[in-house]
Design a protein around this ligand. Structure first.
Ligand SMILES: *Cc1c(COP(=O)(O)O)cnc(C)c1O
Length: 404
């Protein structure tokens, strides 16, 4: 790779990686005939389906749009509940909420931050509207216990949408010993990805939903384009669609239900395809950095511990979070972050429990989720991105040792 993006002296917690061929791919679209949804969008969808192993990929304008499209296509609506883990980016809760549905937050494993079947069961048992969908999050790039969650979802008649925004490229082994890929949807209706520059591959702004359900894919393609239908097979009003001689009226289209403009442009999709081709290299680089961190941090235990790894999972980590015993270190998280920053090292907290955001706290004033609280109180994301050097890992760990 010829690195366009030099590692700056200040180490941010995340950063994209762009090469000259990424820039060339975008420029080629700018010189062509299509700017928005055209051949580059179709090509990106094919490449994503091939990479994830799903039958269909529907590309759209962001991961948030992807979540909303999947919820709309599954028919989520007001008077129903969507189950969302408390530790995630706010969009995992907001997007199902756009349908009018209520959000029921589930607790998470205090160590990994992942939703467990018991957390889902506890949320189902709470009062509220009937639950309709569950949205497990593959936090940090590690796979949630998807087989157990899926079995419970199927038993309870819920749809299941995996939030794979952190986990493009993550592989895992199923109970039956099969090799699976996040996004292949073998245990779900759909999987959602984001290609925001903070994530493993960048398209500027963009996202996608993968699915094996052709009807669901068709519903999402409609919903991302204002709800408009152009295929004769889907018309509901033939008297309006055809002339008396049976000729289809060339301008005719229908809108059975309103959608949104969640299209991705060909400009963005060209970047997406170009970046996706580098995923194997990005994944290898992230695996190396993860192993370096794991080793370098051994000397800092028990004050600092990497977030524990999930069994039977080969993650492409999006973040490198650690748990820090701040009480034992005698410093607040703010002090640690500031003192690392003074040494040129950026860190971040992923995430503040979403049910404690003012909007959701008003709706769930008494909700206590101890696993989420324990995860949140200890967590800190260290710098982790493809363009990092191995020596940056030592720099971070030495600074952490000094500060603590
Ligand atoms: C980034 C992210 C999203 C939203 O993606 P955008 O492309 O930023 O809209 C949703 N869920 C998770 C877990 C994310 O990290």
């Amino acid at each position: 790779m010829n690195r366009k993006t030099d590692t700056p002296t200040f180490l941010p917690y995340t950063r994209h990686w762009l090469d000259d061929d990424d820039i060339a791919a975008v420029t080629a679209v700018l010189r062509g005939d299509w700017l928005t949804s055209g051949p580059a969008t179709t090509a990106f969808e094919r490449a994503l389906a091939a990479t994830t192993g799903a039958r269909e990929a529907v590309v759209c304008s962001s991961g948030t749009a992807a979540l909303h499209l999947a919820c709309m296509a599954l028919g989520l609506r007001a008077g129903e509940r969507a189950l969302v883990p408390a530790i995630t980016f706010v969009a995992t809760a907001n997007a199902p909420g756009f349908t009018g549905a209520d959000i029921a937050f589930t607790d998470v494993d205090p160590d990994t931050g992942l939703m467990r079947a018991a957390d889902m069961r506890a949320a189902l048992a709470r009062d509220g509207h009937p639950a309709r969908v569950v949205l497990p999050v593959h936090l940090n790039g590690q796979v949630a216990p998807i087989e157990a969650l899926s079995a419970l979802a199927r038993e309870q008649g819920l749809g299941i949408i995996e939030d794979g925004c952190h986990a493009l490229g993550t592989r895992y082994t199923t109970r039956h010993g099969q090799s699976a890929s996040v996004g292949d949807c073998r245990f779900s209706d759909a999987t959602v990805f984001s290609f925001h520059p903070a994530k493993t591959i960048a398209m500027g702004e963009g996202g996608a939903v993968t699915t094996n359900d052709a009807a669901l894919a068709a519903a999402m393609r409609r919903a991302r384009n204002h709800g408009l239908v152009h295929d004769a097979g889907d018309f509901t009003d033939p008297a309006q669609a055809y002339e008396h001689d049976g000729e289809r009226r060339p301008w005719y289209h229908e809108m059975p239900a309103p959608g949104n403009n969640y299209r991705a442009s060909d400009i963005h999709c060209a970047l997406g395809t170009s970046q996706l081709a580098k995923l194997p290299e990005f994944a290898a680089r992230r695996a190396t950095l993860m192993a370096r961190y794991d080793e370098a941090l051994q000397g800092l235990a028990p004050l600092v511990r990497p977030v524990p790894r999930v069994a039977d999972c080969e993650p492409v980590l999006h973040l490198y979070p650690v748990h820090i015993d701040f009480a034992r270190a005698g410093k607040t998280r703010t002090e640690v972050m500031q003192q690392l920053r003074a040494r040129g090292i950026g860190t971040q907290v992923h995430y503040r429990p979403v049910h404690q955001q003012p909007w959701y706290r008003r709706q769930h004033p008494d909700l206590a989720l101890p696993g989420a609280r324990q995860y949140y109180e200890r967590v800190l994301s260290l710098p982790f991105f493809t363009a990092m050097q191995n020596s940056d890992v030592s720099r971070v760990c030495n600074a952490l040792r000094e500060v603590l």
